[in-house]
Design a protein around this ligand. Structure first.
Ligand code: AMP
Ligand code: MG
Length: 470
């Protein structure tokens, strides 16, 4: 049976100007690195023969029913508005409806230039492709909303960055690729009809109960308010929370210079281009609110009664910090075993984090082993930690099953930077075993399946910075 994808495309039917029809550019010698059988099955796609899948997931063959296109969008990058971005190295093949009834995009990333590429080559190299594959699938296994990876293929071509690297294409699956920037582009150009069409499309696709733009804003704010504390609860730093990387469907999207913290530090930044620390770990809630304010501004362009709408939108945005705080408390409460943490518990969580910060405690291992010597050993000021642990134990007496709560909130295995780097270096040298090992272990991050991957990096192994590496 030939490889088929049961496409059911809707975005391609939106008005001209929302996108540009664009085929992937064929590559020299495609080979398949990985195919995500579980995800494919979930989407109702049967695996095909390997060579055939290599042709499709490198962009050399178009599967039947695909309507390849590059999407238009704009966005604020590091706070500055860029009037035209768009898919410069990604091509939407089409949409499928999963076994859960939800529509999802299938997109090739690194599949060649588009009219939105401007200076870029439209390509990706192996490193970022494998990083996104591993980290997005890890996020999914952690239970955090995210785009997913269905396939990775090598192109057999060299991509030039700081040096020449093997080219690769990632097949990304997302609830949609609608971003804040998708709305901003029409709002800024004064294309009110297009803005209305896009708003209606987003509502129908993601939040069918929403009655209009302000309901949509409310729903997206709620999704962001849940997402960012979820990131923080596993020590995740997105690294480039530009409005074009902020998905309306509430998924984590665009794994560029992202990283998971080893030693806890609330000001941690990994991205080499984030000079002002705009996207530092603890600044992510502020940025989410800022991004939603940009979304509100864009949506407002279509409102008839502007004055009332501005008032409503302002109230929605102003409600966000408290929503984020409540989600944060729920997440971090669970990490110390509290099934229903209240604001009265917040100082206990903050005290622990302050000690972790002062002592450079490993974020993941401290929480995963709280109550054991492994956690205790993270602290140089052991007297302070012991005092904290005493009051914590006293608080736990009011919980029914704190261990169970903690086990569900504290992963033992996260994609640590040094493992990602090691995996990339091996892959560039042709060895994909570390890539497979990481994928396997990260599929069950709350289970202790690979002690060596739980380990924090030794001083010599620490990877201090990540690069966009497009
Ligand atoms: P990102 O930082 O990945 O969110 O990308 C920001 C913008 O740059 C988007 O419009 C991308 O499509 C574009 N872009 C990034 N890398 C490339 C590339 N290699 N070729 C063309 N466009 C690119
Ligand atoms: Mg992007």
């Amino acid at each position: 049976m030939p490889f088929t994808i049961p496409f059911d495309n809707t975005y391609a039917k939106l008005p001209e100007g929302f996108f540009t029809a664009q085929n992937p550019t064929p590559v020299k010698a495609p080979s398949l690195i990985a195919f995500n059988y579980d995800l494919a099955q979930f989407l109702g796609i049967d695996a095909g023969e390997r060579d055939e899948m290599a042709q499709i997931f490198s962009g050399n063959t178009l599967p039947d029913g695909a309507a390849p296109l590059a999407q238009l969008y704009s966005g604020h990058q590091f706070g500055n508005y860029n009037p035209q971005l768009g898919d410069g190295r990604a091509i939407l093949l089409g949409e499928v409806i999963g076994t859960d009834g939800i529509r999802r995009d299938i997109q090739l990333k690194g599949s060649g230039p588009t009219p939105y590429s401007r200076s870029g080559d439209g390509r990706a190299w192996l490193g970022p492709v494998l990083r996104e594959y591993v980290v997005s699938e890890a996020m999914h296994a952690l239970g955090i909303p995210t785009t997913r990876a269905m396939a990775a293929a090598q192109t057999g071509e060299i991509v030039y960055r700081e040096a020449g690297f093997p080219g690769a294409v990632l097949t990304r699956v997302a609830k949609s690729h609608l971003r804040v920037g998708s709305f901003q582009v029409f709002a800024h150009r004064g294309q009110v009809e297009d803005l209305k069409t896009l708003t209606a499309y987003a509502i129908q696709r993601h939040y069918p109960d929403a009655k209009g733009p302000m309901d949509l804003l409310r729903a997206v704010c709620a999704a962001q308010s849940a997402l960012i504390p979820a990131w923080m609860s596993v020590g995740f730093i997105h690294g480039v929370m530009n409005t074009d990387n902020c998905a309306i469907g509430g998924e984590t999207i665009d794994y560029g210079p992202c990283a998971f913290m080893d030693a806890y530090s609330e000001n941690r930044v990994f991205s080499s281009i984030d000079q002002q620390a705009r996207y530092a770990y603890a600044n992510q809630p502020n940025i989410a609110v800022w991004n939603m304010a940009q979304f509100a501004t864009a949506l407002l362009q279509q409102m008839d009664n502007k004055e009332a709408a501005v008032e409503e939108a302002t109230a929605i945005i102003h409600a966000m910090p408290a929503q984020i705080e409540a989600e944060w408390l729920k997440r971090f409460g669970a990490k110390i075993g509290l099934s229903d943490a209240t604001p009265a518990d917040q100082p206990m969580i903050e005290d622990l984090l302050a000690m972790m910060q002062a002592d450079g405690a490993d974020f993941t291992n401290t929480f995963a082993h709280l109550g054991t010597d492994i956690a205790q050993d993270q602290f140089t000021n052991s007297a302070a930690f012991e005092a904290w642990a005493m009051s914590w134990q006293a608080r736990l007496a009011r919980e029914t099953d704190p261990s169970a709560t903690m086990a569900l909130a504290n992963p033992t295995i996260i994609p640590r930077n040094h493992r990602i780097e090691e995996m990339i270096q091996a892959a560039v040298a042709g060895d994909f075993r570390p890539f497979k090992r990481l994928n396997t272990a990260l599929a069950t991050p709350y289970q202790r399946t690979d002690a060596d991957l739980e380990r924090a990096p030794l001083a010599a192994e620490i990877v201090p910075a990540t690069f966009c590496g497009t």
